[in-house]
Design a protein around this ligand. Structure first.
Ligand SMILES: Cc1ncc(COP(=O)(O)O)c(C=O)c1O
Length: 380
């Protein structure tokens, strides 16, 4: 089946009890057993598995071209569970432009458990090769990155990582692209991770995370951790993401169409210093982006000419773009990463320009969006 059909049907069957077309929200924590150790349909307890979550997990696996999907209470809960595959005194190599919360989890929490982290420019596969050590067990990539929208060649990095001694796992955070635009497992990644809070949910009404893998042994380790650690989403959250995913292809095409119009407006604007958009000719990763992504997505970042103050004035002046953290919903959002989503990287190697503005371009009418940006820029 093609992606658009999978987005609507994968993992979902009319309910066997009553024919309900949409997967019901199974609000139950536990399941009757026919005898000791004989659960009726394999379900015992909802931390371990819940039918609504199962439908979502199977749908996620199909969309990413994997065999096993896992849903979590947030993107960071998914990240944390993946990192628990590792033992103390091992090394993780991560990209030097990642979501601020990912950096905070690595740097401020997991270092205390004797995991070692270094951050490298993964857009250059050679610098990945140089930064791998004999104790590296995991390589963490975002592409496009948050907030600079940098592009890493997933296939090239996978080739380097997989010939390295001890075979580190290659993880790709696919939140910005979504499986509609990019499927990292098909390019050689071992694990795909998502904040489902963003495009997968798509309506800014749910927080969730996802992990998808191909390998059965790896999946078993992750299912064990999902149950043993317990950072699972409730059935209502799973339902909301399942519903959101049904329109993912339509939304992503429209996000792209609107983003291209906004980029065209911003590229020649006298108050804009520099623009970051993966499919823009000025982007150093444009060629790779076009190879590994179906379209350029809905995220745009740009640097304001007047520095931090101009950036703050601008984001406070929009009327349709809502000043808020997060991204990927149907509504347009705007923020200043250095002061908002990426506060935790301040002063580190991942520091973000205070004049950087990040847009999550929604699916409203593009003329209205441009008009809004135009009037906000006039006020700076
Ligand atoms: C790229 C990326 N990965 C992971 C996360 C974390 O996800 P969550 O907020 O659902 O925990 C975010 C959140 O903004 C993100 O942008």
């Amino acid at each position: 089946m093609n992606f658009e059909t999978l987005a609507i049907h994968a993992g979902q069957e009319p309910d066997p009890n009553n024919g309900a077309v949409m997967t019901p929200v199974y609000f139950t924590s536990t399941y009757m057993q026919d005898g000791v150790g004989k659960p009726r349909q394999g379900y015992e307890y909802s931390r371990t598995m819940n039918p609504t979550r199962k439908a979502l997990q199977d749908c996620l696996a199909a969309l990413e071209g994997g065999n096993h999907g896992l849903a979590f209470a947030s993107g960071l809960a998914a990240t944390d569970t993946i990192l628990r595959l590792l033992s103390a005194d091992t090394h993780v190599l991560a990209g030097n432009d990642v979501y601020g919360g990912t950096f905070r989890l690595f740097d401020k929490v997991l270092r205390r458990f004797n995991l070692d982290f270094t951050f490298a420019d993964t857009t250059d596969p050679e610098s990945v090769a140089d930064a791998l050590t004999p104790s590296t067990r995991l390589v963490w990539l975002e592409t496009p990155t948050n907030p600079y929208l940098r592009i890493t060649d997933i296939r090239a990095v996978a080739e380097i990582v997989h010939v390295h001694e001890n075979k580190p796992l290659l993880v790709v955070d696919n939140t910005f692209a979504t499986p509609y635009l990019q499927r990292p497992l098909e390019l050689g990644a071992d694990i795909v991770v998502h904040s489902m809070t963003k495009y997968l949910g798509g309506h800014s009404d749910v927080v969730g995370g996802a992990v998808v893998v191909k390998d059965k042994e790896l999946a078993e380790k992750l299912y064990f951790l999902q149950n043993a650690v317990g950072a699972v989403p409730g059935p209502m959250d799973c339902f909301l993401v399942l519903r959101g995913i049904k329109t993912l292809p339509l939304r992503m095409d429209r996000h792209f169409e609107n983003a291209v119009a906004v980029v065209e407006f911003l590229e020649n604007h006298p108050k804009v210093e520099k623009i970051f958009y993966p499919f823009h000719p000025s982007h150093p990763g444009q060629k790779i982006a076009k190879q590994q992504m179906k379209n350029g997505g809905g995220m745009i970042s740009f640097i304001m000419k007047g520095g931090r103050d101009a950036a703050i004035k601008m984001v406070e002046a929009t009327r349709i773009f809502t000043l808020a953290e997060s991204l990927g919903g149907v509504e347009s959002l705007i923020e200043v990463p250095a002061a908002m989503t990426h506060l935790s990287v301040a002063g580190s190697q991942l520091d973000v320009d205070p004049a950087l503005v990040r847009l999550s371009v929604g699916i409203e009418n593009k003329d209205d969006l441009i008009e809004d940006i135009k009037q906000a820029l006039e006020q700076t």
